[in-house]
Design a protein. Structure first.
Length: 220
């Protein structure tokens, strides 16, 4: 893979990573120096094809992408990024930008659209915003992974009870629906609360909504 030397921190430090795709070697070098000055790791690419040879970053990251590139343009490439790079935040840079182009980029999910030449501080502000967005996205994804793992630990009966509980049914009503005693329902409900690691019904309801847990159709 054709790639410039990168600024990398030790693996145990894992600083935020900025990927830069631009066919201007001098701009790539200038951005690498800028990001390094504030403690950010960088990886530099001269084309989207070169970027695609790299696996998606596992840690906090964002992408600085030139609009006009050899082969597929940055704007056309943006649609592929959501699938290949898991919605990595994108900052577009261009020397030929216009309002229509910037609107298209922003509607497709770009964090910012900077015309060349841009101020260093404007780029750093855009990258800070992009990294914050990626950090929040990853935190939300990690939280959902934990919730799914907890939900998977429930028995089929406990999942059934959870669905009824989060729908607002009382223990007595649930007992009638599933053909169990009210005491047994209470025991299952307690197990659900413990395994899902929630302390209140309100917390369990919020978890149920996040996981799209619904009771049988006849109750909807």
């Amino acid at each position: 893979m054709s790639q410039d030397n990168s600024s990398r921190a030790p693996a145990n430090a894992a600083p935020p990573l900025v990927l830069v795709v631009d066919d201007d070697a001098s701009l790539r070098a200038a951005l690498a120096a800028l990001f390094k000055s504030v403690g950010l790791a960088t990886e530099l690419f001269g084309s989207t094809a070169a970027l695609l040879e790299r696996k998606p970053p596992e840690g906090e990251s964002c992408l600085v992408l030139d609009v006009r590139l050899p082969g597929v343009s940055g704007l056309d490439f943006q649609t592929q990024l959501a699938k290949l790079y898991r919605d990595i935040p994108v900052i577009f840079v261009t020397g030929y930008g216009d309002i229509t182009m910037s609107v298209r980029a922003m509607k497709a999910g770009a964090v910012d659209f900077l015309p060349k030449p841009f101020r260093d501080q404007d780029m750093l502000d855009a990258v800070t915003n992009a990294l914050a967005r990626d950090r929040a996205r990853r935190a939300a994804a990690d939280e959902m992974a934990v919730l799914h793992a907890r939900y998977k630990s429930l028995t089929s009966r406990e999942r059934e009870i959870m669905a009824y509980v989060t729908a607002g049914l009382m223990n007595k009503q649930i007992a009638a629906e599933v053909g169990l005693s009210e005491i047994t329902v209470k025991i299952h409900r307690g197990a659900v609360m413990r395994k899902m690691e929630v302390r209140s019904l309100a917390d369990l309801v919020r978890v149920g909504e996040a996981l799209s847990v619904h009771p049988p159709e006849q109750l909807n």
